[in-house]
Design a protein around this ligand. Structure first.
Ligand code: ADP
Ligand code: ADP
Length: 224
């Protein structure tokens, strides 16, 4: 089944000015191997959408399906298990753990999922090698360039072989040249693995390299 499906999703926040309906009837299906750009102005609900798709929040109405499983019926423990095993997250800022090396940062999600240290290290080293970081395995994030840090964060997101990748401005913190290079690597890996992905970006050049573009209007997801 499709790695991600949102059906009639609504999400509202209570504010001083009253209820703010960020999403009201959001539908989106992302098929296996499909890479979708989310391009919309700030404040229209991109982060809310990614948090709902990533099972970090629950919708007020509608349902989020991950690989065919209705997430609304699951308790928090089962939702966390799906987040760990089926979904990879990449953020604008890498959020690597400063006191751990690159290889350790990529080992951690695997070990949380129960993979033995030796096996996790082998896989982490392989993944980092794919991203051209074979010589940086034992560097802490503070010793890496911005582009290298972000590539480690992408390797970490892929460490548990997710079916779905969610990314919020994954290269938004990098200069244009580095962003282009890192994004090309992200895309190549996602395509090579047949991943489904939803990637929020403000960069039209990056959006144009994806399979299709969606945007948010009046709380709905429409073609961009
Ligand atoms: P984007 O990522 O597109 O900038 P967000 O999803 O972060 O948009 O936010 C959409 C709207 O919802 C904004 O107006 C924001 O201020 C509001 N919002 C987001 N989270 C909350 C919250 N927890 N409580 C109240 N309002 C929120
Ligand atoms: P853990 O104890 O394994 O960190 P969490 O529920 O905190 O369990 O996180 C599970 C997954 O959800 C992690 O892979 C993490 O990257 C992601 N995650 C946690 N918090 C956030 C957040 N605020 N925004 C996006 N993703 C998050």
């Amino acid at each position: 089944s499709d790695p991600l499906r949102l059906a009639g999703v609504a999400r509202r926040y209570r504010t001083e000015a009253g209820a703010l309906e960020v999403l009201r009837d959001a539908d989106l299906t992302i098929a296996r191997g499909e890479i979708v750009a989310l391009v919309a102005p700030s404040g229209t609900g991109k982060s809310t959408l990614l948090h709902l798709a990533g099972l970090l929040e629950r919708p007020d109405a509608g349902e989020v399906f991950i690989a065919g499983q209705a997430a609304g019926t699951l308790d928090d423990g089962a939702r966390t298990a799906i987040r760990r095993n089926t979904i990879g997250f990449v953020y604008q800022f890498h959020h690597l753990l400063a006191e751990f090396t690159a290889v350790e940062n990529v080992m951690l999600p695997q070990m949380t999922a129960g993979v033995a240290a030796g096996q996790a290290r082998t896989r982490a080293a392989e993944l980092l090698g794919t991203f051209g970081l074979a010589a940086r395995l034992d560097h802490r994030p503070g010793k890496l360039s911005g582009g290298e840090q972000q590539r480690v964060a992408i390797a970490r997101a892929l460490a548990n072989s997710p079916a779905l990748l969610l990314a919020d401005e994954p290269t938004g913190n990098l200069d244009a040249t580095t962003a282009g290079i890192v994004f090309a690597q992200l895309l190549a890996e996602a395509r090579g693995r047949g991943l489904a992905a939803l990637i929020a970006t403000h960069n039209p050049e990056l959006a144009a390299r994806m399979d299709r573009v969606v945007t948010l209007r009046d709380g709905r997801i429409i073609p961009g």
